[in-house]
Write a protein that binds this ligand. Sequence first.
Ligand code: DON
Length: 190
Amino acid sequence: TTHVATADAEGNWVAMTQTINTNYGSLIVVPGTGLILNNEMDDFAIAPGTPNAFGLIGAEANAVGPRKRPLSSMSPTIVLENGQPILTLGAAGGPTIITQVVQALVRRLDLNMPLDQALAQPRIHHQWSPDAVRIESRLDDNLQKSLTDRGHKLTPIANMGVTQAILFDRTSGQFLGLADPRIPGQAAGP
Ligand code: DON
């Protein structure tokens, strides 16, 4: 999965998340093109109670059927202030996309963190099943303790997901593009 965040001086903004779902998708390459076909059918629930590749459990509403689209976690986002875009972001990482995007938004907009900090902060994720809180292991010890004191089971991992974002500072008229510090890469632009 790849998220692309773009914005230009004319006021055009695009938030686009593209995916072949799991690594190498369906493992089928269209001959002569190099294009890998996705295995996006996995986003449907193949049977009630049977987890998909990301551990998500679905039921009838997400069952395979004609003219249906599977449930998706992809969340390309553009934030408007008084009708004007000020922030765009999105993420890769299956179901953690939703929690990544929400955490980046809350950290930037509600907690007023600089955008680079908002992306770098340790991430937390819960998806109902399994009944465990996935955390980035550098999450503050006190926070970890308060979660376990409340009965949560923690599953630490090194890194969770990849979020890309662009912020527009209306005062200076400057764009700030940021690539997730967890993987190599950098924002392109002036
Ligand atoms: O639409 C979805 O929710 C999934 N197909 C996304 C898969 C994904 O993000 C895998 N990658 N990192």
